[in-house]
Design a protein around this ligand. Structure first.
Ligand code: PEP
Ligand code: MG
Length: 581
């Protein structure tokens, strides 16, 4: 019987194949009390299992194939850190010693306790790190049981003709590597969100995936024929022949389009009328710089440095570590500009408070981004010095997130001057003319734009937060996700006002929120006057294709119509006209 499941689209494209079910992640474990004189032996048994897993992870990391996604090494490092995390190890040993639980029981008990803390975290990215903890615990449980560490692919399942789709409750990042073979065409998981590791890896492998499918691994049976429509996060199980045919047709069209798109990699991004458009990349980790270059980006428009600090301990990186990370990106980009955004965390992310899981009453409105940096001036100065020092190796710009107040701007600029002075005193080099810019992502910043125009060298519009704060919609809350609308007239007006005012003032401006990477909005942004876009590298060629099809003077009327409309259907109709222009 055919049925359809709906989840979250995390990696686009269409995959058609037979279901390959992976057993549920959680293992059944024995619960028993250890004899008092065997307690230390149980602690040792746990230690041996921990060492076995450590050896496995280190070996996996060493054996990463050259074409493995960049994130994989980072994920394995995270798992190694979790494996030795005091919160896990100390407490497990304590439970064995004080309550005489067997190692498996102690481990699952502590997992449950930590999982509750994770569930209370508001930040989507950090909340999803619970999956990493579960995966590490599962490995230790397997080691305690003497089972093989990773999923074993059953070769008898191999078919020559049918392509397979992995269906699982959840997939460990390390196990994703085992699936990087020709036979697997997509991933479907019960758990996960847009920033879960399965999603991140699937995206970087360009494999269609749908996550957050709730009960998929229970409802789908081994060998069921399934279709993943990665564009809308839908899985069709046992499709009718006519549906299958339709999707097969769409799939080959898409593959063809993708191949054709690669030809654009070396074409300069210019409109038909010859206006040069700069397409830059958003990156999260230093290794992403390679993907940026591979996609043909002419620079990094947004380096979200907070990802460097997202380790299980929430440790802040020392100046040298930060400097090395920034320098690596600058050198990799080989002369292209690199815009380094100062840390954008909130109190919900607790990166400076070890082992605490405090949640601010309203984290998105709390001590976030520059507010947090200004409340931790020593940490901020360390980051500023590291960025400044990296500027010796190529063009670097500093970008400051979430500014709204004149006093914040003054304090930020004063701290940048202080960081420069500290480097002068220490005899360390930096680019004295480094450009400093501000993110425009709070409606107040747009309304009071002159505050910014006089003090900054460039601006960058963060549409993700601009939408969140203008429409009062928590961007991490699924319950209001349907109201998160980039085409809301208020959003379009705020963007247009910013582009107009910066043009008048002669200040360069870019858009670095998700809107910049959405090809259906490229002409709209071009028509509003945008000439610099920064986006996820995977979107770059799609956006370039739109740029190459654009005749700027034909955009004026439809863009005017869009900006004059208040009704969603009128906006959409004008946008459709614009897409044809
Ligand atoms: C934005 O808000 O649009 C942005 C680019 O920053 P982030 O998504 O990191 O908040
Ligand atoms: Mg933002």
């Amino acid at each position: 019987m055919s049925f359809t499941l709906h989840g979250i689209s995390v990696s686009q494209g269409i995959a058609i194949g037979r279901a390959y079910l992976i057993a549920p992640a959680a293992l059944e474990v024995a619960h028993y009390l250890v004899e008092p004189n065997n307690v230390e032996a149980e602690v040792i048994r746990f230690g041996v299992a921990q060492q076995t897993v450590y050896d496995e992870l280190v070996a996996l990391r060493a054996e990463l194939p050259p074409d493995a996604p960049n994130e994989m090494g980072a994920f394995l490092n995270v798992h190694i850190l979790i494996l030795h995390d005091e919160l896990l190890v100390k407490e497990v040993i304590k439970l064995i010693r004080t309550r005489r639980y067997n190692a498996e029981w102690a481990l699952t008990e502590q997992l449950e306790c930590l999982a509750k803390h994770f569930d209370a975290i508001h930040d989507e990215y950090l909340r999803e790190r619970k999956a990493d903890l579960e995966q590490v615990v599962e490995r230790v449980l397997k080691a305690l049981a003497g089972l093989p560490a990773t999923v074993v692919i059953n070769n008898t399942m191999k078919r020559d003709t049918d392509e397979m789709i992995v269906v699982a409750h959840d997939i460990a990042p390390a196990d994703m590597l085992k699936f990087k073979t020709q036979i697997f065409r997509g991933f479907v998981t019960d758990l996960g969100g847009r920033t879960s590791h399965t999603a991140i890896v699937a995206r970087s492998l360009s494999i269609p995936a749908a996550v957050g499918m709730q009960q998929a691994s229970l409802l789908i049976r081994q060998d069921d024929m399934i279709i993943i429509d990665g564009d809308c996060g839908v899985v069709i199980v046992d499709p009718a022949p006519i549906v299958l045919e339709e999707y097969a047709c769409r799939q080959s069209k898409k593959l063809l389009e993708k191949r054709k798109l690669q030809r654009l990699k070396f074409s300069p991004a210019k409109t038909i009328c010859g206006t040069k458009i700069d397409l830059l990349a958003n990156i999260e980790l230093p290794d992403d710089a390679r993907a940026a270059l591979d996609a043909g980006a002419v620079g990094v428009g947004l380096f979200r440095t907070e990802f460097l600090f997202m380790n299980p301990h929430g440790d802040l990186l020392e100046e040298e570590q930060q400097f090395n990370a920034y320098r690596y990106v600058v050198q990799t980009m080989n002369g292209f500009p690199v815009t380094i955004r100062t840390i954008d965390v909130g109190s919900d992310k607790s990166i400076n408070s070890r082992n605490e899981f405090e949640v601010a009453p309203n984290p998105a409105l709390g001590l976030r981004a520059i507010r947090w940096s200004l409340s931790e001036p020593q940490m901020f100065l360390t980051q500023l010095r590291s960025i400044l020092r990296a500027s010796v190796f190529g063009p670097v710009k500093i970008l400051v997130p979430m500014l709204a107040h004149a006093c914040e701007i003054d304090q930020t600029l004063a701290l940048i001057a202080q960081a420069k002075q500290q480097l002068d005193d220490a005899g360390l080099e930096y680019d004295p003319h480094i450009l400093v810019g501000a993110m425009i992502e709070i409606p107040a910043a747009v309304i009071a734009l002159p505050l910014f125009l006089k003090r900054f060298d460039f601006l960058s519009i963060g549409t993700n937060d601009l939408i969140q704060y203008t429409l009062a919609i928590d961007r991490a809350d699924n319950a209001v996700a349907h109201l998160y609308n980039p085409l809301h007239p208020a959003i379009l007006r705020l963007i247009s006002m910013t582009l107009y005012a910066t043009r008048q003032a002669g200040i360069p401006v870019s858009v670095c929120g998700e809107m910049a990477g959405d090809p259906t909005l490229t002409k709209l942004l071009l028509g509003m006057g945008l000439t610099e876009f920064s986006m996820h590298p995977s979107q770059l060629l799609l956006v370039k294709q739109e740029v190459l099809r654009t005749q700027l003077k034909s955009l004026g009327k439809p863009v005017e119509d869009i900006l004059a409309s208040y009704k969603p259907e009128e906006v959409q109709a004008a946008l459709d006209r614009l897409m044809q222009a």
